[in-house]
Design a binder for this molecule. Structure first.
Ligand code: IMP
Ligand code: MG
Length: 185
């Protein structure tokens, strides 16, 4: 029987996302911001964050990075599975990630993108598990610091499931089909 409980409600998430957008608006000069959405986990966060920004020139770009496979623990291996198709040289670039866990993914990605000479390069993450960090990462915007527990929902998956939950939940163990169905009631 998997333990499953709500960690962050949809309302908590929405209100924090609006605060983060306000902070980002205040920090960036007028002009384009290049959001680099890390697939797939950040797609819902990027959709909400970008719509809460008040300027029209929010460019949305996507990058695919894989470090996990379908496991709950990191393989420690990072690879770019989909690269940007724009030149970010001289641009304000904001990497948007769902969660920072070991830091392996973002420390690698930061090095890759810095070589392309953006005007600025910052990171916004909805969730941060600082206890798990093995690589240092300089993160400017953090939605919530969470304990070392495996979470799903609001874009985050377990083996590609649960991404479409509106809230964020802790799952522990394998859920049966009926238990999974109950999550969406
Ligand atoms: P890191 O390289 O260990 O920092 O891992 C970052 C990636 O691992 C995230 O983008 C997620 O895809 C995945 N990840 C880490 N923790 C969780 C979790 O609790 N739930 C779902 N995915 C996670
Ligand atoms: Mg991810």
């Amino acid at each position: 029987m998997p333990a499953e409980r709500i960690l962050l409600t949809s309302e908590q998430i929405q209100s924090r996302v609006r605060e983060m957008a306000g902070q980002i608006e205040a920090d960036y000069p007028p002009g384009p911001i290049y959001i680099v959405s890390i697939l797939k986990g950040s797609f819902i966060f990027v959709a909400d964050l970008s719509r809460a920004l008040k300027r029209h020139c929010v460019r949305i770009e996507f990058m695919g990075i894989s470090s996990y496979g379908n496991q709950k623990t990191s393989s420690g291996q990072v690879k770019v599975t989909r690269d940007l198709d724009v030149n970010i040289e001289g641009q304000h670039v904001l990497i948007v990630e769902d969660i920072i866990d070991s830091g392996v993914t973002l420390s690698y990605l930061t090095r890759v993108l810095e070589q392309r000479k953006p005007k600025s390069l910052e990171i916004a993450t909805l969730l941060d598990k600082p206890e798990r960090r093995i690589r240092p990462v300089r993160v400017k915007y953090v939605g919530f610091q969470i304990p070392d527990e495996f979470v799903v929902g609001y874009g985050l998956d377990y083996a590609e499931d649960y991404r479409n939950l509106s809230d964020i939940r802790v799952i522990d163990g394998e859920a049966t089909d009926s238990e999974q169905a109950a999550l969406f009631r």
